[in-house]
Design a protein around this ligand. Structure first.
Ligand SMILES: Cc1cc2nc3c(=O)[nH]c(=O)nc-3n(C[C@H](O)[C@H](O)[C@H](O)COP(=O)(O)O)c2cc1C
Length: 323
């Protein structure tokens, strides 16, 4: 046991990161049943994008119910992606109605939101897009239970400052008293050991769970990740900062635009904006999007059940030496 497992009522301090629509009840329940903490990302388990926020809310409610049928263990749900929190209250109230135990709050530092969850006995994980000493201290002051410190190594929307996981984790761990969990580039047990040595009390892994058997990502995506290494990734400037992509039909065009110092808005359009991940990673249309991963993919060697991934990463904890 450590502070993270005690706080979140889980066996192992491993969180499967939200991966947008590349999460579903099956993946989340498998992680939580294996002793980690699964997390439903926005639009989890969906075959299409919603026409309104209300549809999205109702679909999330159904996905939460599905998880609850598959596991009795805690799991997390992402409150809202990004800085627009205007719809937080109906979402938070639905979480209370459905008995959600842990919420991931991206970016937002608002006393009303943290108070709401504390009053309703829901634990909060705070994750800034770009972690800083100041935003971590503020989250602690507002009552967040855990801070996720994400390094530039991560997949998805990377931090706006180029500070790697090795540097960000001890910096944040030294600045707050609540537990810090490391994110970015963790692909096997060596990454877990390094994170713990740097002062983290748990790990948050995303790209690795793209290759879980239960993940709804297109099979081509899983194969590409297993066959690729960090050298294959193209880093390009876009909104809000940078994205990385493995080779897709679209990536030569992005590489060319990047080499010409194209502005971020044009790059965002060229990557097919917010539809980029949906098209390429969920639907397998490599001509219409990108395959975003972190730099830790070099050590991912197979597609396997989420439970095996949890067991492998947490091997020190079964032996009792990790806690
Ligand atoms: C394809 C993809 C989609 C992601 N979507 C989200 C998301 O919707 N919300 C979120 O908070 N983080 C998202 N992330 C970031 C993860 O939560 C996490 O920070 C990241 O995966 C950790 O780094 P790693 O990929 O190197 O393990 C995404 C990451 C990837 C690779």
């Amino acid at each position: 046991m450590n502070r993270v497992t005690e706080l979140l009522h889980i066996r192992y301090p491993l969180i499967q990161a939200p991966l947008y629509f590349l999460t579903n009840a099956e993946l989340v329940a498998a992680v939580s049943n294996a002793g980690g903490l699964g997390t439903l990302g926005p639009h989890a388990g969906q075959d299409s994008l919603p026409d309104s926020r209300y549809t999205a809310l109702d679909r999330m409610r159904q996905e939460i119910r599905k998880v609850k049928k598959m596991t009795e263990n805690p799991f997390a749900v992402t409150l809202i992606n990004g800085p627009d929190m205007s719809f937080w209250r109906p979402t938070a109230e639905m979480f209370v109605e459905e008995g959600v135990e842990v919420v991931l709050i991206n970016e937002v530092l608002d006393a009303e939101i943290y108070d709401f969850f504390r009053r309703n006995r829901i634990k909060t994980l705070y994750r800034a897009l770009t972690p800083t000493v100041a935003n971590s201290k503020e989250a602690e002051k507002l009552g967040a239970d855990v801070i996720i410190a994400t390094g530039f190594d991560e997949g998805g929307t990377v931090p706006t400052r180029v500070i790697g996981t090795f540097s960000i984790v001890p910096m944040i761990a030294d600045s707050v008293n609540i537990p810090v969990i490391a994110a970015g580039g963790i692909g096997d047990v060596r990454g877990v050991r390094a994170a713990m040595a740097l002062g983290a009390e748990g790990v948050f892994a995303g790209s690795l769970f793209l290759t879980a058997l239960e993940n709804p990502a297109d099979e081509k995506v899983k194969r590409l990740i297993v066959e690729s290494c960090a050298e294959d990734l193209l880093l390009f400037r876009t909104l809000p900062a940078y994205y990385r992509t493995l080779p897709t039909d679209l990536s030569p065009k992005l590489a060319e635009l990047e080499a010409q110092d194209t502005d971020r808005e044009t790059m965002f359009e060229a990557m097919n904006g917010y539809h980029s991940l949906w098209q390429a990673m969920r639907l397998g249309n490599f001509d219409r999007g990108i395959v975003s991963t972190g730099t830790g993919i070099s050590v991912i060697k197979s597609v396997r059940p989420a439970a095996e991934i949890v067991s492998d990463l947490m091997q020190d904890f079964h032996k009792g030496s990790g806690v």
